[in-house]
Design a protein around this ligand. Structure first.
Ligand SMILES: Nc1ncnc2c1ncn2[C@@H]1O[C@H](COP(=O)(O)OP(=O)(O)OP(=O)(O)O)[C@@H](O)[C@H]1O
Length: 285
């Protein structure tokens, strides 16, 4: 089976800091998986490598999205732009161009399909505009289509990034802390949209989250990172309070950890680190 996301022995060192250490994981098409871990554990760095914005160390293996090579042994694939056309990004730093209208921001999702002169001039056809408005309606912000993106709230901007992924026809959505600075109601809307994109459009979603309760509510599988390593990969209902306490032990901004049904008492005494529940499968040549 072709994996939607495949990471094989990815390592990244920034000076003395081992940000990623032999990270391997696979996501099946159609999965929605949460990436959790304390601040500095490597979540954003992993997502940036998957997007091909950052190259891993030369000792790293391969990263693939929808079977296409993103990078191998520290070298970004030559056709990375066409690989990225399959990936929707909900990254705070790449989200929207503030001076462009919301609609034009969303329409940039199809730039890989239209001629360069049209993209430079932001000339879009009636059909393309209709597709953009439909996507904005789907995420509930079509009323703001002709407003400058900079005038929108953080939650609306995140939803616009999701609409852009829809217009783009992305197969995989990478979301880096999409609700980090949002109020609870906006957070719920953004997470609901991501879940819908996953469920109704069949997109594979990998979302990094600080809020463990949100991760457990929306994702049946969780990957936990600590010090650049994957220390847990399995069903979210197998996580337990002692593991989570250990995971966030060094985090000054540790999130409130959930208790109750999502944290079965019977697993309380499980020692750290938990072994990964999914053994990495061999990478197809
Ligand atoms: N460009 C960079 N140069 C130097 N160090 C970096 C760089 N990017 C990340 N790091 C370091 O790599 C480690 C992992 O950082 P990363 O941002 O991936 O963590 P994170 O889990 O996403 O944290 P947070 O939840 O706070 O966003 C940190 O120690 C960070 O300081």
């Amino acid at each position: 089976m072709q994996h939607a996301i495949e990471v094989n022995a990815l390592s990244k060192r920034f000076g003395a800091r081992q940000a990623l250490d032999q990270v391997s994981l696979q996501l099946r098409p159609g999965e929605m998986v949460a990436l959790i871990g304390a601040s500095g554990s490597g979540k954003s760095t992993l997502l940036r490598h998957l997007s091909g914005f950052v190259a891993g160390d030369a000792s790293s293996g391969e990263l693939r999205v929808m079977g296409q090579l993103v990078q191998s042994q520290g070298r970004i694939a030559a056709n990375i732009r066409s690989v990225r056309a399959q990936i929707g990004f909900v990254f705070q730093q790449f989200n929207l161009v503030g001076r462009m209208t919301l609609l034009n921001n969303v329409l940039t999702g199809q730039l890989h399909r239209i001629p360069l002169h049209r993209s430079l001039l932001q000339w879009f056809t009636r059909e393309e505009r209709a597709a953009g408005l439909k996507a904005l309606a789907e995420v509930g912000i079509d009323d703001y289509a002709f407003q400058r993106a900079s005038t929108l709230s953080g939650g609306q901007q995140q939803r616009a990034a999701i609409a852009r992924a829809l217009v783009q026809g992305a197969k995989v959505v990478l979301a880096d802390e999409p609700i980090a600075s949002l109020d609870p109601e906006s957070s719920r809307k953004v997470m609901d949209m991501l879940a819908r994109v996953n469920r109704e459009h069949g997109c594979t979603v990998l979302v990094s989250l600080h809020q463990v309760d949100v991760a457990l509510r929306y994702c049946s599988r969780v990957i936990a990172m600590r010090d650049g390593r994957v220390v847990f990969d399995g069903p979210s209902n197998a996580l337990n309070p002692s593991f989570l306490n250990e995971l966030y032990a060094s985090d000054a901004e540790a999130p409130a950890l959930p208790v109750g049904p999502t944290a079965p008492e019977s697993l309380d005494s499980q020692p750290m680190p938990l072994p990964p529940l999914h053994k990495p499968e061999p990478v197809a040549a």
